[in-house]
Design a protein around this ligand. Structure first.
Ligand SMILES: Nc1ncnc2c1ncn2[C@@H]1O[C@H](COP(=O)(O)OP(=O)(O)OP(=O)(O)O)[C@@H](O)[C@H]1O
Ligand SMILES: [Mg+2]
Length: 296
């Protein structure tokens, strides 16, 4: 992990070309409405993750009259990262002139966190946003997580394909189950380790932000299947239902982070302002844990 030193943006939204030298501390962007402040942040997010936090359509952030956009960053540890995003040809990501197949290396160098209106999805959306939140932390802190996580995705996709056949081969199903259980165990372990480190930091951050709040918050981690059972057992028992739906009902792809205030879900009881504090505490705690874990 390192600090952004400079940023060059070409053809992102209304920014034709911008070159910014950044301070190692807090950087404040100011300007008229529509002048491009959020677009600068969007460019950093695009470079660090491959996605925008404003849109799921990558074409919309390329300037209207241009065929492609370019973002280049120099980091304090000397790395240079460049991303070209084109309307027709997808993207090309480079780190120190070396083409990157995925965002693994770049994301480790640039662990970005966004705190905006969409952050409320952590409370009022489905489990996907919370799983992504948990996985962001596990990715940065638990080195073995990402490979095992990819394996679970592959196993579940193949298992689901098989389940949709009129008569799935039981041996093939067992073979995928075996691999899925192995990878899921590692994913669950990484998530659960991360969660255990996260909770005390979150408690501290939340307390410091909400000194006068009477709400007692609790976080719990659900691994995606019954805590008392082995996944292999669960998969065997749910085979008929899985075949009926053509999809694996239990597993690490169903994990969740449950946030409660007292005995009820936080979203059902907290005011909007209290939710804002809670969401901010969740995001800040992730940053604190990351900097502690990486000693930066
Ligand atoms: N694809 C595009 N091509 C060209 N211009 C665009 C494109 N998409 C958006 N814009 C314009 O770029 C500007 C982007 O503004 P942005 O949201 O970054 O502004 P901002 O400084 O964050 O404003 P605010 O203070 O209102 O939040 C807007 O004026 C918008 O109309
Ligand atoms: Mg803005």
């Amino acid at each position: 992990m390192s600090i952004l030193q400079s940023l060059s943006i070409t053809s992102i939204r209304n920014i034709q070309q911008a070159a910014l030298k950044l301070s190692p501390g807090v950087n404040l962007l100011h300007g008229e409405n529509g002048s491009g402040k959020t677009s600068v942040l969007e460019s950093i997010h695009l470079l660090a993750t491959g996605r925008s936090f404003r849109t799921s359509k990558p074409g919309t952030l390329i300037s209207e009259t241009e065929p492609s956009a370019l973002v280049v960053a120099e980091l304090s540890n000397g790395h240079q990262i460049g991303l070209t995003r084109s309307r027709r040809k997808g993207h090309q990501l480079n780190m120190d002139s070396e083409k990157q197949r995925n965002w693994d290396k770049v994301a480790r160098e640039l662990p970005v966190q966004v705190l905006d209106a969409n952050s409320f999805l952590l409370l009022d959306g489905g489990p996907k946003a919370r799983r992504r939140f948990l996985d962001w932390g596990a990715f940065h802190v638990e080195p073995l997580f990402v490979d095992q996580w990819r394996k679970t995705r592959k196993c579940i996709a193949n298992r689901n394909l098989l389940l949709r056949k009129s008569s799935p081969d039981p041996d093939q199903l067992r073979a995928w189950d075996l691999q899925l259980c192995k990878a899921s165990g590692a994913v669950d372990m990484a998530r659960s380790n991360y969660f255990n480190c996260f909770v005390p930091i979150f408690d501290q951050v939340y307390e410091s932000l909400s000194a006068s709040s009477p709400n007692v918050l609790s976080l719990s981690y659900y691994r995606g299947w019954d805590g008392d059972q082995e996944l292999s057992e669960v998969l065997r028992h749910s085979e008929i239902t899985d075949k009926k739906y053509g999809a694996t009902q239990c597993g690490p792809h169903r994990a969740d982070l449950v946030v409660k205030a007292g005995s009820r879900l936080a979203i059902e009881t907290l005011s909007r302002g209290q939710q804002k504090i809670l969401v901010s505490a969740l995001k800040i705690a992730q940053g604190v844990l990351l900097s502690q874990a990486l000693d930066r």
